[in-house]
Design a binder for this molecule. Structure first.
Ligand SMILES: [Zn+2]
Length: 271
């Protein structure tokens, strides 16, 4: 549940600890080592203590009719939007782009600002190949933990990064973890954004590595016109997601589905 930056620091500490652990030779170093072990523990507590428990998240019933928050799009047309979160990733995003090209599919990438700054050439490729970039915050923080002010600045900072690659396009924001309260919703709207979540029947949980076949079966079995499918191109090992796509893309294409970006999907509302 930690945000991206804290998570990276924790991983860093853990690797230093295992290095020191391997060098321990006497009692004194063991004591120093044990004290050092407390650092990541304190770090986790700090993260939990700073959680903003009072944040009340938006309710679907109330906000969906406004059209400012989208879970899926009611339509009769056989169109589906594949979305990839938490990238860009130098290993997995290019493989996904190649598969999308192979099956003439367009998708939306809800990318993390910090990752976009690290891999500008991949972001450029995403846009050049006709896909859409969505805002997924700067460091993948959860609003229920870091609060509104931090999310507000992350939304705006990530927007500045996206504008370098994609101008005059619809602005889509997917809050990490789906956490968004009314304040952040209003802020998103003021900045020209629509909030895009995902179809409840299309949460593949590919991040939990359930197996490529399970991911593919889930998407294919639940596929309905107007769905927004949640997948991941970054944030961990995404081999299963890529393997699943090798089934999802041809099978749904065979069934007559067209893969479109989220902003294109919105044009099919009630069509
Ligand atoms: Zn995410």
């Amino acid at each position: 549940m930690m945000n991206y930056l804290n998570y990276s620091l924790l991983v860093y500490f853990q690797s230093i600890l295992s290095l020191i652990g391997s060098m321990i030779t006497n009692k004194r170093t063991i004591i120093i080592y044990l004290w050092l072990c407390l650092v990541p523990v304190c770090f986790s507590f700090w993260d939990v203590l700073h959680a903003n428990a009072s944040t009340e998240m938006i309710r679907r019933k109330q906000v969906e009719p406004t059209g400012k928050v989208i879970w899926e799009v009611p339509t009769q047309k056989k169109v589906i939007a594949l979305t990839f979160d938490d990238g860009p990733n130098p290993v997995y995003t290019p493989q996904i782009l190649a598969l999308l090209r192979q099956y003439e599919a367009t998708a939306t990438f809800f990318s993390i600002g910090y990752q976009m700054e690290r891999y500008p050439q991949i972001v450029r490729r995403v846009v050049q190949e006709g896909h859409e970039l969505g805002n997924h915050s700067m460091t993948h923080s959860y609003e229920d933990r870091v609060g509104f002010e931090r999310m507000r600045s992350e939304l705006i900072r990530a927007d500045k990064v996206i504008q370098k690659y994609q101008q005059n396009k619809p602005k889509l924001f997917r809050p990490p973890g789906g956490y968004i309260d009314n304040l952040l919703l209003q802020e998103s709207i003021q900045n020209g954004y629509k909030v895009v979540l995902w179809s409840t029947n299309q949460d593949t949980k590919d991040w939990s590595l359930p197996g490529a076949q399970v991911i593919a079966d889930h998407v294919i079995r639940h596929a309905r016109s107007g769905d927004i499918v949640l997948l991941h191109d970054g944030g961990g090992d995404r081999k299963q997601t890529i393997e699943a796509l090798k089934t999802i893309l041809p099978v749904l294409k065979q069934q007559g589905y067209q893969f479109v970006s989220v902003s294109e999907l919105l044009n099919y509302r009630n069509n």
